[in-house]
Design a protein around this ligand. Structure first.
Ligand SMILES: [Zn+2]
Length: 243
């Protein structure tokens, strides 16, 4: 696999739309600051109740464009039975060595959908193994940090990113997933699912307002870190919003 232009941040999700829902505002905020960001979907969403994998791939491309990310990639880890064996680790290690992201954003350690917890383990393990010279092909590379975005289950965040300025782009990214998520301007087709309900969309906004409010911002996205978060300049912790 050829080496690609290095990324600052690679966001990895189990299914197309996981990353956009969990950290789409953070990604758009990074892009606005001139950072190179990529998205890696570990599956093509082939087990989803609604939409075909082809539709979801088109939607993922449109969503990535709405956020301004530089690259969108897929692995085939298996939707609904997400595999975390050596083959999947090797495939993810190859992607990490190819893109060399400083920071990896991934799913939380446990969640309602079992694929999310499995994906968390896969991302954490591959991020470590990618730095080992005697594991797999290619130049060893280890990301500096791995953080988890929030999905269904709430957790106590280690930090919250102010995404107020990028909220419109996050909504545009979610609007791209026409087969998956409720759209205010149309009656989506297909069987009803929890994520396709208008209540789910309202909950996405409510959660972002809740975590935003805690840091004095209109909208915020929460993250978890296994390790303490390293700060070299304490003043970066001065929030920009209301006190
Ligand atoms: Zn998912």
């Amino acid at each position: 696999m050829t080496q690609a232009q290095k990324l600052d941040v690679l966001a990895i999700g189990a299914h197309p739309d996981d990353v956009e829902l969990g950290c789409g505002g953070t990604l758009a905020t990074l892009v606005a600051a001139g950072r190179r960001v990529g998205i890696l979907h570990l599956t093509r969403g082939e087990a989803g109740t609604r939409g075909t994998p082809e539709e979801r791939q088109d939607e993922a491309r449109s969503a990535a464009a709405a956020l301004g990310v530089a690259a969108v990639e897929y692995l085939d880890c298996g939707d609904g039975r997400l595999n975390t064996d050596e083959d999947e680790e090797d495939a993810l290690i190859a992607q990490l060595r190819r893109w060399r992201p400083e920071i990896v954003l991934g799913p939380p350690a446990s969640d309602r959908h079992p694929d999310h917890g499995r994906a968390h383990r896969l991302v954490a393990d591959a991020s470590f193994y990618a730095g080992l010279a005697r594991r797999g092909q290619g130049e060893p590379y280890r990301p500096a940090a791995v953080f988890s975005f929030m999905q269904h289950d709430a957790f106590e965040p280690r930090f919250v990113v102010d995404v107020s300025a990028a909220w419109g782009q996050k909504l545009a990214a979610l609007a791209a997933y026409r087969s998956q998520l409720h759209q205010a301007d149309s009656e989506a087709s297909g069987p009803p699912t929890k994520v396709a309900s208008p209540e789910f969309r309202a909950a996405v906004e409510g959660r972002a307002r809740h975590f935003g409010q805690l840091i004095g911002a209109e909208f915020g996205e929460p993250f978890w870190s296994r390790l303490p978060v390293a700060i070299s300049d304490l003043m970066t912790l001065v929030p920009g919003g209301l006190r």
